[in-house]
Ligand binder design. Structure first.
Ligand code: AKB
Length: 316
């Protein structure tokens, strides 16, 4: 039987675009999408889809057997802001799903695993500018703690059981196809929607809060590149820093104004400000560039042009 790829959490912000990109690349039938609930029609109609709770090991194992799965992308997770409201649930989802997938790989049922980490693994004691790959990591959010623990599990399973697991520390991701849900960097997507709907946006972070960010197309390219790289090029088995660009709410507003001169922004920081303040402002991703040839394409103004033109088309 043909071996297939399984995306867990396929209806989320990254999962949706990753599933469509992998189907275009590998063939629609060979990429199985799964999530706890139904999602985008394009995604559901373009290939196999299964409802699966990522914390249910038996359901995962049955799906792996049913479709002869050899590669898994585990994209299901509760993000930083929602996780602060439901810490126990976040911990269970983020950790149990990873533990099940790593276990299935250790048992030899899966050959290769992708698992997303995040800039949230860093904390207030981490150097903030051009944050190095290896540095102080004392995350203060439950999401960050789960991602840091997950990184240690990945490296442990690689070293102890030879599991071929690969990972990226994603920055904030900006996309027009699917809305993000429950993250601290979500403002950088909401702002484009509000710019077109209302011409104004009230930002939940302060104007000078710099965070590392990336356009979704770059993130998808990075994800596929790291998974397709020869095994011996992947020297980091916890997770690679991935930077892209870095900007503040004031700078993204200025970039939108270049396209929509009447756009205005106001600031009302909420509980997410504290989370953002604990994260890096920019990331040193030279190891990803050296090891598997990572390169970003989109700068802030490219992202603004693309976001506004795609969202305008969706509204027509
Ligand atoms: C979040 O804001 O929680 C995520 C992340 C940076 O991992 N986008």
């Amino acid at each position: 039987m043909t071996s297939r790829t399984l995306i867990i959490g396929a209806c989320g912000q990254i999962g949706t675009e990753l599933t469509l990109a992998l189907r275009a690349r590998k063939g629609e039938d060979t990429v199985v999408a799964s999530d706890i609930r139904e999602g985008d029609v394009d995604l559901m109609s373009s290939g196999p889809f299964e409802i699966i709770d990522a914390t249910n090991k038996e359901a995962l194992s049955n799906c792996v057997d049913k479709y002869n799965i050899s590669e898994v992308y585990l994209m299901a997770a509760m993000l930083s802001a929602t996780a602060e409201k439901h810490p126990q649930k976040a911990w269970e989802l983020n950790m149990n799903s990873l533990s099940h997938v790593l276990d299935l790989a250790r048992e030899g049922k899966i050959k290769k695993v992708f698992w997303p980490s995040s800039i949230a693994v860093f904390g207030p004691t981490t150097p903030k500018d051009n944050t190095p790959q290896t540095t102080i990591m004392e995350p203060t959010t439950v999401y960050g703690i789960s991602k840091l623990a997950g990184e240690r599990w990945c490296e442990y399973f690689y070293r102890t059981h030879g599991v071929d697991v690969r990972s990226i520390r994603y920055p904030g991701l900006i996309s027009w196809k699917t809305l993000p849900g429950g993250g601290t960097t979500d403002y950088a997507v909401e702002i484009y929607h509000k710019a077109l709907e209302d011409g104004t946006y009230e930002c939940f972070l302060s104007e000078d809060t710099y965070l590392p960010m990336m356009f979704m197309e770059d993130a998808i390219n990075a994800t596929i590149s790291i998974m397709e790289a020869p095994k011996d090029e992947i020297r980091v088995r916890s997770s690679y820093n991935l930077g892209g660009i870095s900007f503040s709410p004031k700078e993204i507003a200025a970039s939108i104004k270049r396209e929509l001169p009447n756009f205005t922004i106001t600031y009302r920081p909420d509980f997410r400000q504290k989370i953002a303040d604990s994260w890096p402002k920019s990331i040193d991703d030279s190891l990803a560039r050296d090891d598997w040839g990572w390169e970003h394409q989109y700068e802030l103004d490219d992202i603004s042009r693309e976001m506004l033109s795609q969202l305008k088309k969706q509204r027509e």
